[in-house]
Design a protein around this ligand. Structure first.
Ligand SMILES: *[C@@H]1O[C@H](CO)[C@@H](O)[C@H](O)[C@H]1NC(C)=O
Ligand SMILES: *[C@@H]1O[C@H](CO)[C@@H](O)[C@H](O)[C@H]1NC(C)=O
Ligand SMILES: *[C@@H]1O[C@H](CO)[C@@H](O)[C@H](O)[C@H]1NC(C)=O
Ligand SMILES: *[C@@H]1O[C@H](CO)[C@@H](O)[C@H](O)[C@H]1NC(C)=O
Ligand SMILES: *[C@@H]1O[C@H](CO)[C@@H](O)[C@H](O)[C@H]1NC(C)=O
Ligand SMILES: *[C@@H]1O[C@H](CO)[C@@H](O)[C@H](O)[C@H]1NC(C)=O
Ligand SMILES: *[C@@H]1O[C@H](CO)[C@@H](O)[C@H](O)[C@H]1NC(C)=O
Ligand SMILES: *[C@@H]1O[C@H](CO)[C@@H](O)[C@H](O)[C@H]1NC(C)=O
Ligand SMILES: *[C@@H]1O[C@H](CO)[C@@H](O)[C@H](O)[C@H]1NC(C)=O
Length: 893
């Protein structure tokens, strides 16, 4: 794709507006109506409507070419002729207000059920897209029964779509996209028999497409993608022979596609990626002559692929994505008949180790984008030969296949994007790339490339993304020329990812000259020396800096990075204090300095960082008390294995608001994991959880954890811990806490892991803990607890070792049988010595299994949903670009 910058993302919406503008024109409307046409009733209704709302912030994604963001109602009222107000059009003869166009006007508020809008009963078009309306649409909308066009898209409307909408029997266009409508699609929509354009894209609608849709025989465009619709393919739509655009992607449709889908003889775009369709794709689909786009990627289609008899006429198909399904067998040779294809996605087509004749792609002379990653073929792709087959190719993904880069024959075309991850490449494809002045995206991760990364790479004028991760590079070549990068006007590099190589020596200083750099990941290498001070040059661009697991020494950088979002220097040999300049990293979300030798007091002053969510100080030489801390957004704090001491006042946690309620972080709905940049850079970390050290390749945004273990804290566990209602992991083990376990721990209803072992706690385990139904892991061992162990189900399933070394503990009922013996001196040893290796491993495995099983449950918001390093499901790579309605499903495009 050309340019993965922001600018391209809004294009589909603007096209959509242009489209609407084309459809609707009102013959009687004059741009500049004669004076004083507006009737006082209509003027008053408009002014009353204005007063029902506030003017707030203008929506950012309103900034598109076809329509200007502007608070249109601001000027209303100066002039008594409302027909001359901004956003109003009147009928030239009658003076009736026929169009109200307040798109992108910063309007904020709700519709009253008796909104004065209903008095504008002659309205033909109502356009309120791109504002901040919330709440339900009142059923009085049905009073505007002359409406032919209703556009409420890009707001915060919620609740059900009102049934009264069926009264709008003249509607030809209805756009409710990008809202939060829920419930089922009302079957009364089927009464709107004039509809040509229907758009419910991006809501939370459930259920099936109502059978009444069979009546919408004027319909040409149906957009219901990104909802939670289910059921089998809506065969009722097959009656709509005029349908030209059918977008049902990213729902939960299942079952097979009907072969008689061919009755949609005017279908142009069929976009159904990201569902759960199964079976084979009916070969008849490819015979619909009008089809130009088919997107069926990311489903569960299986079996062999057949294109049927498409020899008869040249196919119009331009875009075909059937990647990320379960197809097996050969790629049909007849694919070469789709001579007009510009976009072809066949990723994960399992050829079962067959050889492939890649020349089948050579007749596709218009091909620009080709994703044939992970074909499971024995054939080695000769990269230069391959590029010479398809001279228009500019966007190529060959990841996961064997690729040879040794052929140095010349390549004529310009390449924008090249993905060669996991292709067994041993040599940097220098000859090929050196002349690619248009290239923007290069992924050569997961290969066996040795040697140095060439210096000229950084001078390619458009290169924005380079992923060198998981190779055996030993260094960065330094430029021979003295001027180095300074000869380049403004280096384009935005994302430089070089994790897990064997880079040695100092971090090269040319990186400091990459003045657009946003993401720098050099983790898991052998860099030594100090963190280069010149990184401060990147203070206004750098957002994610990961230097984890190197041999870096010296102190932390004192520069101010005004855009830094995550900073990870864990597992190095850094010394000194946390620089106080960090207090000015106002955008910081993740700070991880674990396993260094930082010797400092507790940085309570970081509490002023309004966005800090993850703080990891684990395994350093921090010391002293930790009083006074208040962290508004903090969700994960790990200060374990330091020398912190002192007591914690009972209200200690009272200002940790994020853990008390996760609130409504806007980001939360769109992306589940912490990360930045595009393509997504995800933060990772290691967390002690459920007695196991877990490496989180992604940090779930709803994960909350406190780990204070391995310090010297004394006194009671603060009662205010009970306020942290969203807490999932609590580890206070290996300190010197005394007194009772506060009963308020029973208020932590989503707690999954609780470890208070190796303290000096006494008294009973509060019975309230028995009610915690998610508490899968607990460890009370090595304390002085007494009394009866609570009865809850979770307690009954714990191993006895969780309670070991508390001579006064009594077990009721079923646990008793198991654990009573454990208290006899003979078996005492059992939990005093570490558990055998095998047992440990078993526990890890079952927990990993549980974690994987949990992943689909994230939606419910309660479960952990870890993504493990080795487990990367395919859908995960599909952030379905919110504004791109075609399902181009890889991270690169
Ligand atoms: C309309 O009135 C508002 C204040 O009521 C004023 O700010 C604005 O400039 C006026 N606009 C025109 C075009 O007179
Ligand atoms: C709408 O009804 C509410 C009470 O339900 C009333 O306070 C308000 O003034 C009414 N608004 C209009 C525009 O009639
Ligand atoms: C809606 O359509 C159904 C038939 O599909 C009909 O019975 C009903 O009267 C219609 N309602 C309106 C309000 O037109
Ligand atoms: C759809 O078409 C089928 C077969 O042509 C027909 O039996 C059915 O009545 C139609 N349904 C509607 C709602 O028009
Ligand atoms: C298409 O086939 C399905 C069965 O697969 C049938 O129920 C439906 O009526 C058919 N529709 C048309 C329009 O032929
Ligand atoms: C394919 O279609 C052509 C033209 O319609 C016809 O001559 C040929 O027999 C068909 N082939 C098959 C295998 O159906
Ligand atoms: C930390 O620094 C202090 C002096 O500032 C020193 O007394 C102490 O031993 C250091 N701790 C460690 C673990 O190095
Ligand atoms: C870089 O490549 C590695 C290995 O393929 C991958 O795991 C990682 O997500 C990539 N990083 C980014 C930011 O795309
Ligand atoms: C725990 O919950 C109970 C009942 O909901 C409430 O009375 C108590 O104040 C809570 N305690 C804490 C520390 O939040």
């Amino acid at each position: 794709m050309k340019g993965f910058g922001n600018s391209t993302i809004i294009i589909p919406i603007s096209l959509c507006f242009i489209f609407l503008i084309f459809i609707y024109h009102f013959e009687d409307v004059l741009a500049a109506p004669p004076r004083h046409l507006c009737s006082p009733e209509q003027r008053d209704a408009l002014l009353a409507f204005k007063n029902e709302l506030e003017i707030g912030q203008l929506q950012q994604n309103c900034m598109h070419d076809s329509f200007e963001s502007h608070p249109r109602t601001e000027s209303w009222g100066n002039n008594s002729d409302c027909c001359s107000w901004k956003g109003i059009k009147c009928n030239a003869k009658s003076g009736d207000v026929v169009e109200l166009d307040l798109r992108c006007s910063g309007l904020h508020g709700r519709f009253h059920s008796n909104s004065s809008l209903q008095n504008l009963s002659n309205l033909l078009a109502l356009r309120l897209s791109g504002n901040d309306f919330s709440g339900q649409i009142p059923s009085s909308i049905g009073n505007l029964f002359h409406l032919t066009s209703l556009d409420l898209s890009q707001n915060q409307f919620s609740g059900q779509i009102p049934n009264s909408i069926r009264n709008l029997s003249h509607l030809s266009s209805l756009d409710l996209s990008y809202n939060q409508f829920s419930g089922q699609i009302p079957s009364s929509i089927g009464n709107l028999s004039q509809l040509t354009y229907l758009d419910f894209w991006g809501n939370n609608l459930v259920g099936e497409i109502p059978s009444s849709f069979g009546n919408l025989n004027q319909l040409t465009s149906l957009y219901v993608g990104i909802n939670m619709l289910s059921g089998s393919f809506p065969i009722v739509l097959l009656n709509l022979t005029g349908l030209s655009e059918l977008y049902i992607s990213n729902n939960q449709f299942s079952g097979a596609l009907p072969p008689n889908i061919t009755s949609l003889s005017n279908l142009r775009d069929f976009v159904a990626n990201g569902n759960a369709f199964t079976g084979t794709i009916p070969s008849s689909l490819f015979t619909i002559p009008s089809l130009t786009s088919i997107y069926l990627g990311g489903n569960q289609f299986n079996g062999t692929l057949e294109f049927g008899n498409i020899s008869s006429s040249p196919s119009n198909l331009e875009e075909l994505d059937i990647g990320n399904n379960n197809f097996k067998g050969p790629i049909p040779r007849s694919i070469s008949r789709f001579v007009n294809l510009s976009y072809l996605g066949l990723s994960h087509f399992d050829t079962q180790g067959r050889p492939i004749d890649f020349s089948i792609f050579s007749p596709l002379n218009s091909l620009e984008y080709l994703d044939i990653s992970y074909l499971n073929t024995t054939t080695t792709i000769d990269l230069n030969d391959f590029l010479s087959y398809s001279k228009s190719l500019s966007d190529l993904d060959l990841s996961g296949n064997h690729v040879s880069t040794t052929n140095k024959s010349s390549v004529s075309q310009e390449i924008y994007s090249l993905s060669l991850s996991g292709c067994g490449i041993t040599e940097f494809p220098a000859e090929l790339l050196r002349t690619q002045h248009e290239i923007e995206f290069l992924d050569i991760s997961n290969n066996k490339i040795e040697g140095q990364v060439p210096a000229w790479l950084w001078t390619l004028p458009n290169l924005e993304y380079v992923n060198l991760s998981n190779n055996t590079f030993i260094g960065f070549q330094t430029s021979n020329k003295k001027q180095g990068l300074s000869s380049v006007r403004k280096p384009s590099m935005v994302h430089l990812l070089g994790a897990n190589n064997i880079f040695t020596g100092n971090i090269p200083s040319f990186i400091c000259e990459l003045h657009s750099l946003n993401t720098l990941d050099l983790s898991e290498n052998n860099f030594n020396g100090s963190i280069p001070p010149c990184l401060g040059n990147l203070n206004s661009t750098l957002s994610d800096l990961n230097l984890r697991q190197n041999n870096l020494s010296g102190g932390l950088p004192k520069d101010i990075f005004e855009r830094l979002r995550s900073f990870d220097v864990g597992h190095n040999q850094l010394v000194g204090k946390l620089p106080r300049s960090f207090i000015r990293f106002s955008t910081l979300e993740v700070l991880n300095v674990e396993s260094n030798r930082i010797n400092d007091t507790f940085p309570f002053w970081l509490g002023s960082l309004q966005k800090l969510q993850v703080l990891v100080l684990r395994s350093n030489a921090f010391y002293g008390p930790i009083h006074q801390a208040s962290f508004p957004q903090l969700r994960i704090i790990d200060i374990s294995h330091n020398h912190f001491d002192g007591t914690l006042p009972s209200d200690y946690f009272s200002k940790w608001t994020a853990m008390s309620s996760l609130g409504t972080d806007e980001d939360q709905s769109s992306e589940k994991y912490m990360g930045g940049g595009f393509p997504y850079y995800y933060n990772s970390m290691v967390l002690m959880n459920k007695g196991v050290e877990m490496e989180l390749a992604r940090i779930l945004k709803i994960l909350t954890a406190i780990d204070f273990s391995g310090n010297k804290f004394e006194g009671e566990i603060p009662k205010s811990i009970g306020l942290l209602k969203e807490l999932c992991v609590l580890n206070l083990a290996n300190n010197a806490f005394t007194g009772n376990i506060p009963s308020s721990v029973g208020n932590l209803t989503v707690l999954e892991s609780l470890d208070v072992s190796q303290n000096k706690l006494s008294g009973e385990i509060p019975q309230e803990l028995g009610e915690l139904s998610f508490l899968a892991y607990m460890n009370f061992s090595q304390n002085q607890l007494s009394g009866l162990v609570p009865r809850g189900t979770q307690f009954q399933t714990q191993p006895c070792s969780s309670f070991g070394d508390n001579p006064g503990l009594l077990f009721g009922s079923s646990l008793d049988k198991v654990c009573r013996d454990a208290h006899t001196p003979a078996s005492h040893k059992q939990y005093e010595t570490p558990e055998s290796e095998d047992e440990d491993e078993e526990e890890v495995i079952s927990w990993i299994a549980a974690a994987i099983g949990f992943i689909p449950g994230i939606v419910s918001g309660l479960t952990f949903g870890y993504i493990l390093v080795s487990h990367k499901p395919e859908w995960f790579m599909n952030p379905f670009g919110r504004n791109n309605r075609k399902g181009r499903s890889t991270t690169t495009h």
